[in-house]
Design a protein around this ligand. Structure first.
Ligand code: HSE
Length: 420
């Protein structure tokens, strides 16, 4: 049993003083009860004016990494190569680490899990997915792999903000993106947000904590929101739906997991419909509990800093991720064998591989753009680029995963109806 007052005093060395770093600095000043203080901040550009005493800053990384008094390194920079170097050196030097660098973490997760094991140190990164929502710790501690039927989430604040502004306030894409940048939601390179990379990196992390799946974004079916056009928006409105960038994973009947991250039509019956602007949301379906919904700010200075703060607080009592689903259970594997129900709009039908669809349920032809809704095997989309080029736009339908067993049943049904 832990004795009262036995928590470690935390002396922090922080890398980065951008949106998140400065947020954390301010938040820590307002949380004296935490017994944690920032001793030094390492920054790249020493000539930039900062809202903190000059004595706090250095641009020499070893001032932090080799200071024996510093026992926690907070890494909130956006260079994933430098970030990896910092985090691994810190762990090897016996320091615990808190990071918000989703790209770096997603690119190196297996190595970082191994390094936590060999060094016995802790690497926490709650801020790296859904910012203020405590989703990683919940997946890690609360949901057993077997009982986790599905997880569906909006994990990028900027794209959700842009889509909300476009759909509800009739801003155009560029105006909405500029606003997301000004408010500190977007990445320094905003193509990471709008082309789906940021969300895909976060999804890699969430898949590890929900199903014990280690994967990379290269293996993942994903896209961003840059292809969504006026016709898609009109179709969504006519169906009383909105379009959102949604990440999804679902356990199939054969035990494998279907996973993808694509724009999707979302209707009122879905909790994610009400997730607007920079908010994120996660809907988890699990055995016996049915649906649970987590909601909170997914980007921005204080919401992200609040998750970093919570990780720092957890380090006081030696908290670490156990990666139970990877190490103590049989990890799930990703399925390559299911169908998706998709909407696709295009200028020229010649660019659409019609013959690959298992069925086509709607078809609308227009002067400038046309669209169809149908069911297509994953393998006709994964690692294919016909749907990302030639001015096409793919949006998933709300009920989008068709297991192959269901497909066989459907075919049998239609054959018997046809009297064959
Ligand atoms: N650019 C990210 C987003 C920041 O918009 O979600 C939070 O990770």
């Amino acid at each position: 049993q832990r004795k009262m007052g036995s928590e470690k005093t935390l002396v922090i060395g922080m890398f980065g003083f951008g949106v998140v770093g400065e947020g954390l600095y301010k938040v820590l000043k307002q949380t004296p009860s935490l017994k944690a203080s920032i001793k030094k901040v390492c920054i790249k550009n020493p000539s930039k004016k900062r809202n903190a005493p000059a004595s706090l800053f250095t641009s020499e990384k070893n001032d932090l990494l080799f200071d024996p008094e510093i026992n926690v390194i907070v890494e909130v920079i956006n260079d994933s190569v430098a970030g990896y170097e910092i985090v691994t050196t810190a762990l090897n030097n016996g320091k615990d680490v808190v990071s918000a660098s989703k790209k770096m973490l997603s690119e190196h997760l297996p190595e970082l899990i191994a390094l936590q094991h060999t060094t016995g140190r802790s690497l926490l990164y709650e801020a790296s997915a859904c910012a203020s929502i405590p989703v990683i710790r919940n997946l890690e501690e609360y949901y057993d792999n077997d009982l986790l039927h599905s997880i569906k989430a909006i994990v990028n604040g900027s794209t959700n903000f842009i889509l909300t502004k476009m759909f509800e306030e009739k801003l155009n894409f560029n105006e909405a993106l500029l606003l997301a940048q000004q408010l500190g939601f977007a990445e320094t390179d905003p193509t990471l947000d709008i082309e789906g990379y940021d969300a895909a990196n976060k999804w890699v992390l969430l898949l590890a904590h929900s199903y014990g799946i280690t994967t990379t974004i290269d293996q993942m079916l994903f896209n961003g929101i840059t292809q969504i056009n006026e016709l898609d928006a009109k179709v969504a409105q006519s169906r009383n739906q909105s379009i959102k960038l949604v990440a999804q994973a679902k356990k199939l009947q054969n035990g494998t997991v279907a996973s993808f991250l694509l724009p999707q039509f979302v209707d009122h019956a879905d909790q994610l419909y009400f997730v607007k602007n920079e908010y994120n949301g996660v809907v988890i379906e699990s055995g016996f509990a049915d649906k649970q919904f987590f909601y909170g700010k997914g980007a921005g200075s204080f919401p992200t800093a609040s998750a970093v703060l919570s990780d720092i607080a957890a380090l006081r009592y030696g908290y670490r991720y156990e990666y139970k689903k990877l190490t103590q259970q049989v990890p799930s594997t990703l399925s390559g064998d299911f169908h998706l129900r998709i909407y696709i709009s295009f200028e020229d039908l010649a660019n659409i591989p019609k013959e690959e669809f298992a069925s086509i349920e709607e078809w609308h032809s227009g002067n400038e753009r046309s669209y169809l809704i149908g069911t297509i095997p994953l393998k006709s989309i994964l690692h294919k680029d016909w749907w990302k080029t030639n001015n096409t736009s793919l949006v998933l339908m709300p009920d989008n995963i068709i297991e192959n067993t269901a497909l066989t049943e459907l075919k049998k049904m239609s054959l018997s109806l046809a009297g064959l």
